[in-house]
Write a protein that binds this ligand. Sequence first.
Ligand SMILES: *Cc1c(COP(=O)(O)O)cnc(C)c1O
Length: 431
Amino acid sequence: MTEKQITTKKLGFDTAALHAGQHPDPHNGARAVPLFQTSSYVFESTEKAAALFRMQEPGYIYSRNGNPTNAVLEERLAELEGGIGGFAVSSGQAAISVALLTLAKAGDEIITTNALYGGTYNLFSETFKGFGVTVRFVDGRNLEEVEQTVNDRTKAIFTESIGNPNAEIADLHSLSAIAKRNRLPLVVDNTFTTPYLQKPIDFGADIVVFSTTKFIGGHGTSIGGAIVDAGTFDWTNERFPDFNRDKPSIGNTSFTKLAGNRAFIAKARFELGHDLGTSLSPFNSWLFIQGLETLSFRMKQHVHNAKETAAFLRQHPAVEWVNYPDSKDDPQYELAQAYLPKGASSIFTFGIKGGRKAAEEFIDSLSLISHLANVGDSKTLAIHPASTTHARMTEEQQLQAGVYPDQIRLSIGLEDIDDILADLDQALQAN
Ligand SMILES: *Cc1c(COP(=O)(O)O)cnc(C)c1O
């Protein structure tokens, strides 16, 4: 099997972002991570091949299961998040699907908070439902409601570290306490924060998922995702019989016996990853590795520009409200201090005077800032969630998810702040 132990000793964040999971190429000394754009790997002998297939030895068989370039990304992300292993997949949606469906089968349940990325909301409310997996939506702030929703069929609690689109900061300590009391894993989507701003594992998360499409890649070039396993959850727990069942596909043993505390990430890779084919292209992986190298530097500048933008919008006469938790009178200020002391990322919303019509006019008047459905790019982006990313919801569902008619979502990039503010100002004056 290709699950490798992380050999790097504990490194500083920026050092790990540059080095974790890689040594200079032993064959020709290449310093940069080589791009192994290969589908398959030559076996040394029939005996070796058989051992690989029985998962008795680490190594590569076929890039659907594992690839050396992807392995660097996986180890690097695991190191940065404080986990024991990772699995890189084809998108953020694939990461969420593979992680949760490794835990839950038809008849099982997952609890999620309401404030979700639009794609995840759809995945849970439509696709998972079609698979027979019931996702129960709760108010992540109402801890009693979260705990009361747990039952014998529950397999996980899922939350985003900063909920989309309204920057709802998850109270990870409290959610983790509920998960632990009920012997459930806490799964956190850390796309908006990245391990630079927050490591959910430090607050009790058992599994972290991402869309690497966003800040990790950072340059808006590629779709990808990843799962990181904290290695902390006890899978011998009776809630997870499938982890403890002997299976012919892995040499008549169980994932807990085969992989110990790496059982989850091994199962994700060798069952759903292998069977559904969620593999990440090594080329995209290679681009994400380039992005990771400068993650902290970019995140610092994203946060800096976001703070300046929020301050500018707060005093603008055409702006009704600003939802960025860096000011003392913001209702999330204390949560932000506790969970995001380095900053609350650069994705936030504001309300424009004049409602939906004014919001649409504002978007159409932007010039430097791009109107598109992405976040976490180096370039500043804007969108009107009610008519786009969250348009598949009814108006009532939108309000429950914190999507309002006058609301604009910004993802502040790395341009000179004066240019960002000038474009916002001229578009606000267009009304
Ligand atoms: C973008 C995003 C996803 C989905 O990721 P893709 O790479 O687009 O599949 C999931 N969660 C969050 C919070 C996101 O921003």
